[in-house]
Each structure stands twice: as C-alpha cells, then as structure tokens.
Design a protein around this ligand. Sequence first.
Ligand code: ZN
Length: 190
Amino acid sequence: MSSLKEILSFNDSFVTDKKYEPFITTKYPDKRIVILSCMDTRLVELLPKAMNLRNGDVKIVKSAGAIVNHPFGGIMRSLLVAVYELKADEIYIVGHYDCGMSAIDPDQMLGHMVERGVKQEIIDIISYSRVDLKEWLRGFGDVTTSVMKSVDLVRSHPLMPKGIPVHGLVIDPSTGRLDLVTDGNTVISK
Ligand code: ZN
C-alpha cells in the first residue's frame, strides 16, 4: 500500500470517529509565539513536547536547518505574517544538533540531481542567470553560528516591528534539552 492510500484510509476513520476533537482550537497562537525550526524527523513530536506546546499554542514554521536564507523569501514572509496578522509577538529560532543541513555538500547534491535526470545544461543555465546554486544549497558548519545568523537577519529586518523579541536556541534531537544562544528580551531592553 502506498503511503497516500494508507493516509487517506486512516484519515477516513480519524474524521468519522471524531478523533480531531481534542485538537480543536483557533488560528491565533494562545502563547503569541512563532517558532522557526528544522524539518528534522526527530523534532516532529519532540520539539513541542520539550517546549510544553500544545495544539493552538504557537505557529511553527519549518525549513531545512531552521535557516532564514533570504530576507524576502518564504520563511521571512511567514514570520512577518505571524507577527502582523496572526498575533504572534515573540519569535523563537530553534536549530538542533546533528542537523542534516550541516552535512550538505552543494557539489555532491548537484551531482545527485544530474544522476536523477536533471540535465547538466539546466544547471548551467540556472547558474548563468546569476543564481549561485552552490551558495543556495550550502548548509552550515556550526549550528550555534547558523542560529545567530538567522536571528540577526530577523531582528534587523527592515519590515520587522521594533519590540519583537527574537530568541535563538539549539535543541538536542535525542533528549530535547534546549541550549540558549540568545535571549531576545535582553536585546530589546538595551
Ligand atoms: Zn535539521
């Protein structure tokens, strides 16, 4: 059975048996928080549990590596929408140790694309149109530095209202322990 069939069949009974009832809430985050974290599988349930978050408490935005790599990309837009339109007034950027994104080698990934049928000419054309593919695909060396970089980008974003604390943390994907990288409140009060 493909995962799609499995999911649709499970979903049928989920809805019929009203298993959604414990999750009913609103689109506004009760704790007025938006979190940017990594898409890592180990964090799917662990991160909310380790931060004591339930359905309805927060907005969660995810990207590979919890990275904000473009000031006018989709991740930054999501954070701005959460703040301006969805009542979030605190931002948490939560990277994690042993992140798959730290091991990404852009050359190797471009090679994998060619192996999977993407023509080298296509890669060349994209590169010629001034897209730095290697920079775009690049991971990071140290997660703490990467979190700090994303925090700085969000804090200093020209469209981010003043007074929004942006916190940086790193979570252990096995134990859920959080290490503080930067407390946004101390920056705000300066
Ligand atoms: Zn990760």
